[in-house]
Design a protein around this ligand. Structure first.
Ligand code: KG4
Ligand code: ZN
Length: 354
């Protein structure tokens, strides 16, 4: 059995994980920076990369220790090479180069968006206390192609066609804000703090999505692009009517959170199913931080089942940024014999597919 170390530092989480060639997560360690950026209402790039540099050693040590293996047992190293904040990416890539060079193992840069999509390979697997998998090892070749993949996070809202393993064609993207940004900015306007997605998700579960009417933004009915910036304006209008502040003790906040979530989720589900129908997909992958949203998960599950698509969504903790998804993607490339030279440089705008 081989072990791959995955390192992720593209944004505000310093993450490292060990995944075995059986696609079993042996450890998955996350040092979140929410405390650092919370007071600013969003990620401050300079602070993010300094914190990554401070904690990366300890995070990797902790991933090895909790996997119960030595650094010498690692066969390859996967690291996020983009897209993301350049200073933050450089911390992870520099650390990875030094580690791979010292241990004489392959260095495998991974596109963060591919990492999100391939997190689905890990969800089918659970390690028994003995470490043996309860289910058959699932590799990218085994997925139900053609697939349509939605990556929906704080920085991205992209739709892909995956005709076969390792091939990505971008079908659509957001023309302005990402869906996660719409959650985060909406929450900020409502005075709910950062990151907004999880708070809105919790509040919305007690709210009535029909009391406030927010538009479902469709930039074009036949294109597969998204646009979420108009939701801020619509939300701003509702808040203005209430004198800029909603009554925190009443139903107002849960109802408005539910309306915002309803609008965002509705568009994501409609466009993803439209893409799946159009490209005669067998399956749909939904991943990225916003895929942790309970309403998106349930609505997507219902609609996909009704229309006969197999839905693959990673377990919620594997939807948000983590090192295991980077290790999973690196395992696929390791098995195809792919690796990078030590002159590799990360790219903040690294594209996935064409
Ligand atoms: O993938 P991710 O961890 O980092 C990026 O690559 O951006 O995604 C973070 C985003 C944030 O915008 C956060 O508010 C959102 O995912 N998010 C959620 C939920 N959990 C995280 N959005 C809606 N509902 C959630 N439960
Ligand atoms: Zn992400």
């Amino acid at each position: 059995m081989k072990f791959v170390l995955g390192i992720e530092t593209s944004c505000d989480e310093t993450a490292a994980a060990v995944v075995s060639s059986e696609r079993i997560i042996r450890s998955n360690i996350l040092a979140t920076q929410i405390d650092l950026h919370g007071p600013f209402g969003g990620v401050v790039p300079e602070l993010a990369c300094r914190r990554h540099a401070e904690v990366i050693d300890a995070v990797v040590d902790s991933a090895l220790a909790s996997a119960g293996i030595e650094a010498a047992e690692i066969s390859a190293l996967g690291v996020t090479g983009g897209p993301g904040l350049i200073g933050a990416l450089l911390v992870g890539v520099s650390f990875a180069k030094a580690f791979a060079y010292a241990k004489k193992i392959p260095l495998i840069p991974i596109n963060h968006l591919e990492g999100h999509l391939l997190a689905v390979l890990l969800s089918a697997q659970k390690a028994e206390p003995s470490g043996t998998p309860t289910q058959r090892r699932q590799v990218a070749e085994d997925l139900p192609y053609p697939l349509v993949g939605l990556v929906v996070s704080g920085g991205h809202t992209n739709l892909y066609l995956l005709p076969r393993a390792g091939v990505y064609e971008r079908l659509g993207r957001t023309l302005d804000d990402a869906a996660g940004e719409a959650f985060d900015k909406g929450a900020k306007m409502m005075g709910l703090g950062y990151p907004g997605g999880p708070v809105i998700d919790r509040l919305a579960s007690e709210g009535d999505p029909k009391r406030f009417r927010l538009p479902r933004p469709y930039p074009s009915l036949d294109r597969l692009d998204f646009s979420f910036s108009g939701l801020k304006t619509a939300l701003g209008k509702v808040l203005k009517e209430y004198g800029g502040d909603l009554d925190r003790r009443s139903r107002d906040l849960p109802d408005l959170a539910a309306a915002l979530q309803h609008a965002i989720v509705g568009v994501l589900v409609d466009k993803t199913l439209q893409a799946a129908r159009r490209h005669r997909a067998r399956g749909i992958i939904v991943s990225g931080g916003v895929a942790a949203n309970s309403r998106l998960r349930s609505e997507m599950a219902q609609r996909a089942a009704r229309e006969g698509f197999e839905l693959l969504i990673p377990a919620a903790p594997l939807c948000t940024d983590n090192g295991a998804m980077i290790a999973a993607a690196a395992l696929e490339r390791l098995e195809r014999g792919e690796e990078a030279g030590f002159d590799y440089t990360p790219r903040p705008d690294l594209p996935l597919g064409c």
